[in-house]
Design a binder for this molecule. Structure first.
Ligand code: 13P
Ligand code: SF4
Length: 301
């Protein structure tokens, strides 16, 4: 075992810490984590942590969600500048203004949003439960969906609904185009194509399945296909390949990379456990209101 891996494991034991990592993290970070998952799995896991410290290897909104769910624990993020550009495409003020123009609407946010935005919402969704959560909403009410126009549009189409969509998007998934999917299919004939619901509609239309990163892991496990084309951030290839050694996974495009997800390294993970900083905290009143929206989501079975 390398020296830095030993150091992290020693610090982890000394701090009574748990390391949670998103599926897009670097391979070596996923390898040292206690649990790797998609946003929904990580939020659920964050409610079951029996440790004093949570080190969240992901982007800021994910660590913030863990902090909201665990006000009594210390939540650390190895690089506090690891934001999600889509989450930053709407502020609480902008959402309040939109709500004032639709006073009877329900407000729903993708979990890729700031605590301020969550505090303004009735319920959250992740890409793994969006269809189920949106189907559970009372019928006949206007619905505001922020910030991801693509996830919102996808679920609206699936359920035959119309939502008031905010024009946010993921710059990483915006790199995937229908032409790139076509080229990947030509290069690997017969392999099913999986894409993430953050992809634009024309990309989703030419895929075989549209899934959260956790959904992609389940698809890969259960499918009899020996080769699968993966249309999402390339960090997930590590987990897909590790869990399915007999299968081959092809990225649609090697350049589908989220720079913020790659800010976590073994070095800054070690440093944050050693120095107990940067800490992720949420102002208590915002956290209380945001927690209602997250809890409402976690209660949908
Ligand atoms: P998942 O919840 O599917 O892992 O997605 C999180 C995310 O940020 C995708 O860009
Ligand atoms: Fe945000 Fe996109 Fe990165 Fe996910 S992949 S964290 S949505 S920028």
């Amino acid at each position: 075992m390398s020296e830095i891996v030993n150091e992290i494991n020693e610090l982890k034991a000394r701090r009574n810490a748990v390391i949670l990592a998103h599926n897009y993290q670097r391979a070596e970070v996923q390898a040292i984590a206690d649990f790797t998952g998609d946003s929904l799995e990580l939020a659920r896991r964050a409610t079951q942590v029996d440790a004093d410290v949570i080190v969240f290897c992901g982007v800021y909104f994910m660590a913030e969600t863990a902090a909201i769910l665990n006000p009594a624990k210390t939540v650390l993020i190895p690089d506090a500048s690891a934001g999600c550009p889509m989450a930053d495409m709407i502020t609480g003020t902008q959402l309040r203004e939109l709500k004032s123009r639709h006073p009877d609407a329900l407000a729903v946010c993708y979990v890729n949003s700031t605590a301020d935005v969550k505090a303004e919402c009735d319920i959250c969704v992740t890409s793994g439960n969006a269809e189920k959560v949106m189907a559970s909403l009372p019928k006949g009410r206007e619905v505001i969906f922020v910030p991801d126009q693509h996830l919102g549009g996808y679920i609206a189409d699936r359920l035959g609904e119309k939502y008031i969509l905010w024009p946010g998007y993921c710059p990483t998934h915006a790199r995937l185009t229908a032409n790139r999917i076509k080229a990947a299919r030509e290069a690997h004939p017969g392999a099913p194509v999986l894409v993430h619901p953050e992809c634009p509609a024309d990309v989703r239309a030419v895929a075989d399945a549209c899934l959260s990163t956790g959904g992609m892991c389940a698809y890969a496990r259960e499918s009899s296909a020996k080769e699968i084309i993966v249309g999402t951030e390339v960090g997930i290839l590590h987990r897909l390949r590790t869990e399915n050694p007999g299968k081959t996974f092809w990225p649609v495009d090697d350049s589908t990379l989220c720079p913020n997800m790659k800010k976590t390294t073994l070095e800054n993970l070690r440093d944050c456990l050693r120095d107990m900083t940067p800490r992720v905290t949420v102002e208590p009143e915002i956290a209380r209101r945001a927690k209602r929206a997250i809890d409402a989501m976690l209660e949908v079975k």
